[in-house]
Each structure stands twice: as structure tokens, then as C-alpha cells.
Design a protein. Structure first.
Length: 159
């Protein structure tokens, strides 16, 4: 069931809530099964902004994320919305790190700040406050650092 917000077409949700009184039946499938049907084994870029349903989306794409060593993830992170949708913010962060992602908060000035404390991040985001996270696999992060080190040393990245 899709719960639609008549005042904001970008604020529809997959759980009942006070802002979305209209309902429409929709089919949903896990990302893993859709990509398997299409013959896609891995991905390089994932963008998730599903109004609190991010935990369910990640659960439904764990196999894909495991097969995607160079993946970068961009995701809205809204602890209250996650809770409303039946997920836990701490669990989501732990799952992503368990899948090999290093997590950063995308700040308003465009800079990335490493997420060093799950609790501090979650405690800061009360009610309808949210932030955006960037997740980079450890493999991709190591590869990026190697290229930067090679550049700094005056060598070509392929040498």
C-alpha cells in the first residue's frame, strides 16, 4: 500500500501516517530480486530516499551490496521516519557497516564528516529532522586513497 500526500508529491510513504491520507495499492519487490531478473550482478551507485523505508530497502538489497565492492551509497537518514516504518536507526547503520561501508554525513556545506558515533548522530536528529549519508565501501575507499597517494607522489595511478 502506498500512502500519498496530496500536498507534496515527493512525500509519499509505504506506511500509514498523518501526512498521507490517500491510499493506492502498489506492487513492491526487493531490489535483489529485480536486479536478478534483469541479470545485473553489482551496482556502483545507489540513491535511496524513501521517507523512512530505507531500512527495508537495504534489507532487500543485501545480496547486491555484498556483490558490489565499488558501490557508493547516498541515503536519507531519518531516525523517526525509520521507526515509523518499522526499522531501527542503529540497526540500519550497523547493517551498512557490516556490509563493508564507511559512513559519512553529507553536511550542508558539501563536506563529508565521518560518522564516528551512531548514538550521537541519532540523538541529534529528533522528530522530523534528517540528514543525508554517503556510504563508501572499504574497497572503494582504499582504491581512492591509493590513487591520491600515487598522484601526490607524482606517479600515474596505474603504475
Amino acid at each position: 500500500m502506498l500512502f500519498r500526500n496530496p500536498n507534496n508529491r515527493g512525500d509519499n510513504r509505504l506506511y500509514e501516517n498523518d501526512l498521507c491520507p490517500e491510499q493506492t495499492t502498489v506492487e513492491s519487490k526487493p531490489v535483489d530480486s529485480i536486479l536478478a531478473e534483469l541479470g545485473i550482478g553489482s551496482v556502483d551507485l545507489i540513491k535511496i530516499d524513501v521517507q523512512g523505508f530505507e531500512g527495508h530497502v537495504v534489507q532487500g538489497m543485501k545480496e547486491t551490496l555484498n556483490r558490489s565492492p565499488k558501490a557508493t551509497l547516498l541515503m536519507e537518514f531519518w531516525p523517526w521516519g525509520l521507526s515509523q516504518a518499522g526499522s531501527d536507526a542503529r540497526d540500519l547503520l550497523a547493517i551498512l557497516e557490516g556490509l563493508g561501508f564507511v559512513l559519512f554525513e553529507l553536511k550542508k556545506d558539501g563536506l563529508l564528516k565521518i560518522v564516528s558515533s551512531h548514538s550521537a548522530l541519532i540523538e541529534r536528529l529528533k522528530g522530523r529532522q534528517y540528514t543525508n549519508l554517503v556510504g563508501v565501501t572499504r574497497h572503494a575507499a582504499a582504491e581512492s586513497v591509493s590513487r591520491e597517494e600515487a598522484k601526490a607522489a607524482g606517479a600515474s595511478p596505474s603504475s
